[in-house]
Structures are given as C-alpha cells and as structure tokens.
Design a protein around this ligand. Structure first.
Ligand SMILES: *Cc1c(COP(=O)(O)O)cnc(C)c1O
Length: 464
C-alpha cells in the first residue's frame, strides 16, 4: 500500500517517488543523465488552480500551463465532474460504425465557433485524433490524399515555415524545423519545402513587423511559384511559433498566406494546437488575420488540459473529395481511441467554461496586467526583446541585451533560469534562452506579481 506519511524509511515521500521514478520511467524531452543532479525531478501530488503541489507540500505556480495544455487551472471541478459522469455512462466505443453524443456535440460546437471568412464556405467536418502530432499527421495525409483522389499525382509536397514546430512523429517532424528535435531523424523524413519565417524578431533594421511579414510572404509566393502544381498544402502556426521560442509575427502574414494558397491551389493548414482556445486573445489565432484555413488542427487546450484529444476541422470540399465507391479513396486513418467519449466530454465542459465565465473578456484584463508587469523587465540588461500575444508573453535573453549578442548555447541560461525559478516556487520552462509566461487563465494578480518577481530573480541568477 502507498505510504501517506512524509517519511518512508530514511526517505521523504517525495524522495521515494523520485527514486522509484528514475529506476523505471523514461521521461519526454529530457536527457535522462541530467536527472537528478543537473535537472531536479519534482513529484507532484495534486493540482489546485494555477498551483502544482508536491508531496512535500511545496507549491509551484504553473506559469507554462503544463506544456500549454491547461486552461482554467488544475483539477477544474466542472471538467472533472463531466469526465466522471461520462465515465459512468460510456468510457469508450470505436468511432467506426458507432457514434456517441459527446463526439457529435463536440463536433457541432467546434464547427460553430471555428474561424470564418465571409467569402468562404465554413469548416464543415471534424476528424478526431488523440494528440497534436497525430492531428497534424491527419491534416497532412488528408491534403495529400485529396489531390491524389483527384488524379493530381504531382501534388506531393508540403511547404512549412523555418523555425516551425508541429510535433514529434515522423510526419510532423518532416514539416518541423527545429534542429534539436529534427536533425538526428532527418534521414527518415519526407522532404518538405521551407519558407522563411515571418518572425518579427528577425526584422531587419528599419523594418516593421508588418514589413517583415510582407517580406516572408513574398518569399513564400516565390517558393509556390517555383513549385507550381507540386504543393498540396502550406502548414503554419498562426501568430506565434511556440516551440520555436515564442516567436511572434504580424497577423497580415496569415492573410497573405491565405491568398497565396488560393492562387496556387494549395490548402492552408492552420496548426492552432498551441495558440487555439484563447491563448492569443481571440478564441483562435487565425481570427486576428480574418482567415479561415482549409484544415484546422486543434489539441492541447481542447480538453481544458485534462485528456489527450485532437480535432482536425475540414471544409466540405475536402470531405467530398473522399466520397466514392472505393474504400481506398476513403480516409482510413484511425486510432484506437479516436473520439474517446471521456476526452470529448472534457472538451465540451471546457467550452462551457469559456461561456459561463466569459473567459475571453477576463483574459483581456489579465493580458493587460501581464503587459504592465513585464514592462520593467524590458529594461533588464539581458533582455533583448519582450513580446506578447494575449496570454502569451516572452522574454528573449541575450548576453548584451540586444539581438546581435546571444548567449553561447553552452552557457545553458535557460536551464539555469528554470532551476532558479523552480527553487522559488514557479515553473518557468524556457525554450533555449527564451523565458515565457503562459499561465492558466485563472491566474490572479498576486500570482502574476510572484511570477514577475521570480522571473526577474531567475534572470539575475541565471546570468550572474
Ligand atoms: C505541441 C504541438 C504539437 C504537437 O502536439 P502533441 O500533442 O505534443 O503531439 C503540434 N503543433 C504545435 C504548434 C504544438 O505546439
């Protein structure tokens, strides 16, 4: 039986979990050799609002929303209750040949709130998968297969953006451009085309964010022209390249991509797995560009952070391209847990919280408070850039406090900042030398103040 007291022999309960973990668990996104000396391992007993609480009673402010999944705080009772009720009713049934209320209702709700564009037929169908990478695979395969069904066999290529990220499976990695995750697997990956990122941090002297976006769009136009008739889709993370260091770009960019895709006959895939569900201020980031994609990938916040689930929203025209007498022309992609009822019930409850608590309005005030708290940090001698899109705010740290003087990678500034913040009860998980705030929407003024204070202390300690 599990010990509930704090002492297990000579070890505290937290130490005991650490030891047992490291003897059997292989962690994601981790050089296991760094545990436990370089990288602490923190056993978490429970979550409560914006807090993660360890077995030793220590509280950690979850400033990164547990890898960008959590929306309203941990153990949100309304979502927990919805999952519990669904579990007593129907926990799982295969979604081939069968259906269930949560899958139908969630599809209806998602289509009702999805981005629209007045001159386009709305997104009309929902295909489920069970994690973000799988959702990206679905969108890529759908785009390719649609053209294949039409006899356009030359359309086999995807265009993705430099510094983009779409997940870790081989198909998703093929359209990703972060060397740390991609390089070793390169021999296995389908060859994608990469267009320059519209990232405003890369603006040349005198260039505005809009100029920089226009320059990147021109380069995309040229790439599409060079590969006319070969490209089945362009895949983009709207507004923010998240894993790429929370790099942000002007909303004009996606509007241009929309036009360029239409002109070249390629589909536009919007990967809103990280930026969807209110992160950038609007419910979906594509809205800020007035753009409706042909395929919209959702995951992470979809269930409020409770369960893995992905949804790919598609147009009627894409759906119709698979209707035929032949099974081979059908989209046969499937996962055992496609459209799991518990996950769909969690997603429905999460969407209900958006309405009941008027989350987007609340977030506008929270985002303004974040702006104000970040402002003094922008003066810090190692902060080269502070950027924000709604509930996402990032600090770019460099040695000289300007873009030209990054820290040498070996100095592991991000790791040092991570440890410094963790020791002060805040979970910041930098991307390289980029520290960012992406807190759950329930974060309050006192917690934000703690976040700002600890961020300063973490930067000071890491760069000392
Ligand atoms: C996290 C992420 C993915 C992958 O989702 P997983 O559920 O981790 O597989 C894909 N695209 C973007 C933009 C992401 O941030």
């Amino acid at each position: 039986m599990r010990q509930t007291n704090h002492q297990v022999g000579m070890l505290t309960e937290a130490d005991d979990w650490r030891v047992r973990d490291l003897s059997v668990v292989w962690h994601p996104c981790t050089q296991m050799r760094e545990h436990p000396d370089t990288l602490p391992l923190v056993p978490i007993a429970r979550g409560e609002g914006a807090w993660l609480i360890g077995h030793d009673g220590r509280r950690y402010l979850d400033a990164v929303s547990s890898w960008w999944t959590n929306l309203f705080g941990h153990a949100e009772p309304r979502i927990a209750a919805a999952i519990g009720a669904q579990a007593m009713q129907l926990e799982q049934v295969m979604l081939a040949g069968f259906t269930h209320a949560p899958a139908v209702e969630l599809a209806e709700r998602l289509l009702a709130i999805a981005p629209r564009q007045s001159d386009r037929a709305p997104l009309a169908k929902v295909f489920y998968a069970d994690n973000g990478s799988a959702g990206v695979e679905v969108a890529l395969k759908m785009a390719f297969h649609w053209f294949h069904n039409r006899g356009e066999h030359r359309r086999t290529r995807f265009i993705a953006l430099e510094n983009g990220y779409h997940g870790e499976t081989l198909g998703a990695l093929a359209v990703g451009d972060i060397p740390l995750y991609r390089r070793v697997y390169a021999p296995l990956l389908a060859e994608a085309l990469f267009a320059p990122s519209p990232d405003a941090y890369l603006a040349r002297p005198g260039e505005s964010a809009a100029d920089c976006a226009a320059r990147a769009a021109d380069a995309l136009a040229a790439l599409l022209e060079r590969h006319a008739g070969e490209v089945c889709a362009v895949i983009v993370e709207p507004r923010v390249q998240c894993a790429g260091g929370m790099r942000m770009h002007h909303p004009d960019y996606l509007a241009r991509v929309r036009e360029l895709c239409d002109a070249s006959g390629a589909f536009l895939i919007a990967d809103e797995i990280a930026v969807g569900f209110g992160r950038t201020g609007t419910l979906f980031a594509s809205e800020s560009s007035g753009v409706m994609p042909d395929l919209l990938c959702l995951s992470k916040g979809l269930t409020g952070g409770f369960l893995p689930l992905a949804a790919v929203l598609a147009t009627q025209a894409i759906y119709d391209g698979f209707l035929d007498d032949s099974r081979e022309r059908a989209f046969l992609h499937s996962h055992s847990y496609t459209g799991n009822p518990l996950a769909c019930a969690a997603a429905l409850a999460s969407l209900q919280v958006f309405r009941d608590d008027d989350i987007l309005t609340r977030n506008r005030a929270t985002a303004a408070a974040m702006t104000a708290l970040a402002e003094p940090l922008s003066q810090h001698r190692h902060v080269a850039d502070v950027r924000q899109a709604g509930m996402m705010l990032a600090f770019e740290l460099t040695e000289g406090g300007n873009k030209a003087t990054p820290f040498p990678a070996a100095s592991r500034i991000g790791l040092k900042a991570y440890r410094a913040a963790l020791a002060r009860g805040v979970v910041l998980r930098p991307l390289g030398d980029v520290l960012y705030w992406m807190p759950p929407y329930c974060v309050d003024a006192e917690q934000l103040q703690l976040l700002a204070d600890v961020t300063r202390a973490a930067i000071d300690e890491a760069t000392a």
